[in-house]
Design a binder for this molecule. Structure first.
Ligand SMILES: *Cc1c(COP(=O)(O)O)cnc(C)c1O
Length: 352
């Protein structure tokens, strides 16, 4: 830290992204990227836009907002786009959090929420998940605090039914309830329809996972139009050109290519179920997942040792060191071939 760094950031511990090592070629099952390329339509649209990079992109993002609105059956005034969903999450914390409006979220969830609170100087409380890693929604009802729930949750992959989300939204009418649906396409059900009924509900989604566009950085929020106006006030105060031309065009291409999206999604779900069954047969405890990853542990090997041995053999998974989950690894679903290699490698490790 230099001596110029503002003391207001003294307590800031930045988010640690999954490793992207360059020392060798790994089978990457550690950052929940898609193993499949983006839609060819997305690539073609982006290529066309590359010729126009001289010009600023549309700060209103009209055409992509319209495409997303149409896809989800909402109005374009109910959509705001961001540079990855991380950015819109940050805008939400900035817009609605302060000393009198703290946030609450589970103790085991996406590791960025507490960083957003810290960087924006917003008090927060982490509420323990139940022993089985499900959320006790009573902990969130009628609390008079802003709520963030990842659904499915990360890194567990557990999906909570929408009536629980609805209960949280309806019992905290004077607070914001955010549902982070980064993984919802892999078998969950979106709360987007509920945003019409609950004006305090914000649904956040991303093109990074189910649409194979992590490198393009594209996310969005859907909510009541007054909320979207707030978020645009923040967006236009920080970075009105947050969506670059190529990403905007790629996003439209991707969302119009429903057939390709559905094919990849179905393939990943099928591979997930097959991988879960194989791990279970090998004695792993596997948390039931509605995401593009599995969260699993074995009595035969510690979470850390399995992570390290897989890494030596060229397979990266995500291991978290914190207390309750340190025996687990989070395994992103790759191609069927990736997962066959993964399963065989785990078998060999357990044999040694
Ligand atoms: C991956 C992820 C995000 C952010 O993804 P972006 O690439 O910034 O869109 C947000 N929330 C959760 C729970 C995630 O896993």
């Amino acid at each position: 830290m230099s001596r110029f760094f503002s003391p207001k950031h003294e307590k800031l511990i930045p988010y640690t992204p999954g490793e992207q090592p360059k020392d060798m070629k790994y089978i990457k099952l550690n950052t929940n990227e898609s193993p499949y390329p983006p839609s060819q339509k997305a690539v073609e649209e982006a290529e066309k836009e590359a010729k126009l990079l001289r010009l600023y992109p549309d700060p209103e993002c009209t055409s992509l907002c319209e495409d997303i609105a149409q896809y989800y059956g909402v109005g374009k005034e109910n959509v705001v786009l961001s540079n990855g969903s991380d950015e819109i999450l940050n805008f939400i914390f900035m817009a609605y959090g302060d000393n009198f409006h703290p946030f609450i979220f589970p103790d085991i969830t996406y590791g960025f929420y507490n960083v957003f609170c810290t960087v924006n100087n917003i008090p927060y409380e982490e509420i323990p998940l139940k022993e089985d890693f499900t959320i006790d929604f009573n902990d969130y009802c009628g609390k008079g605090k802003n709520v963030v729930i990842a659904n499915p949750n990360a890194p567990t992959g557990i999906f909570a039914p929408l009536d629980e989300i609805e209960r949280v939204a309806s019992t905290n009418p004077d607070n914001i309830v955010v549902v982070d649906e980064a993984y919802v396409d892999f078998g969950g059900e979106s709360a987007i329809p509920l945003t019409k009924k609950y004006k305090n509900l914000i649904v956040v989604q991303t093109f990074s996972k189910s649409r194979s566009m992590a490198g393009a950085r594209l996310g969005f929020a859907i909510a009541d139009k007054e909320i979207i106006k707030d978020l645009n006030t923040i967006r236009f105060s920080i970075n009105p050109y947050n969506i670059n031309r190529m990403t905007m065009a790629a996003g439209s291409g991707a969302i119009r290519d429903e057939e390709y999206f559905e094919k990849n999604r179905d393939e990943i779900i099928a591979t997930r179920e097959k991988t879960a069954a194989s791990l279970y047969m090998m004695g792993f405890e596997v948390i039931p997942s509605k995401a593009n990853f599995l969260f699993a542990k074995s009595d035969k090997i510690s979470g850390e040792e399995l992570y390290k041995k897989l890494r030596e053999k060229g397979i990266l998974v995500r291991h978290f060191t914190s207390g309750r989950i340190c025996e687990y690894n989070r395994i992103t679903i790759g191609t069927p071939e990736d997962m066959e290699t993964f399963i065989n490698t785990v078998k060999n490790i357990l044999k040694d």
